[in-house]
Design a protein. Structure first.
Length: 178
């Protein structure tokens, strides 16, 4: 196999960091009693193991024999949207779509509930692994808002809020005029 060029090495390093952060965040939530890794990530144990093996080799993960709870209908809709928009369906894209859909149900900003350092890190991760989805967000909307708005538009709804956004103290900044 030919060696990676510097840009490819940088991209792989960024992805390793981001997926490592996502897994570490899920481990911390598990330790805090918030659920098993499959429940927190929306992936069965083998899917989590494959993600770990690809991006965080050697990381010890519990719960890998557990099955993820069945996804809620809105999770399924978000996964379908992500994969359709992404233009990719490789194992990493499918795993990332499932994780994003599951974590979008949590109360904070999506990048926080994924365990990433900031919103640009989420945008960069999406651009690397779900490029068509990144390209579709032409107005640089917050990701949770963008995903749920796209799902609602596909369903023909004219007004749709992201889950739990009504109670968020940062509502005004997220729903400011685009």
């Amino acid at each position: 196999m030919p060696p990676l060029d510097a840009a490819a090495e940088d991209t792989a390093a960024l992805s390793r960091r981001d997926f490592g952060d996502i897994l570490a965040h899920a481990l911390a939530e598990r330790a805090a009693g918030k659920g098993s890794l499959p429940a927190l990530l929306g992936l069965d144990g083998p899917g989590i193991a494959a993600l770990r093996d690809a991006w965080a080799p050697g990381l010890a993960l519990p719960d890998l024999t557990e099955v993820a709870p069945p996804p809620l209908p809105e999770q399924e809709a978000v996964v379908t949207l992500i994969l359709w928009r992404a233009g990719r369906s490789d194992a990493t894209a499918r795993a990332l779509a499932a994780i994003i859909a599951r974590r979008a149900l949590e109360p904070r900003h999506l990048w926080e509930d994924l365990g990433l350092c900031d919103r640009p890190a989420l945008t960069a991760l999406i651009a690397r692994h779900l490029p068509g989805l990144a390209a579709a967000n032409t107005r640089n909307m917050r990701w949770k808002k963008f995903l749920y708005r796209q799902v609602c538009l596909d369903d023909g709804l004219s007004l749709c809020l992201s889950p739990i956004c009504d109670d968020c103290p940062e509502w005004a900044s997220c729903f400011a005029p685009e």
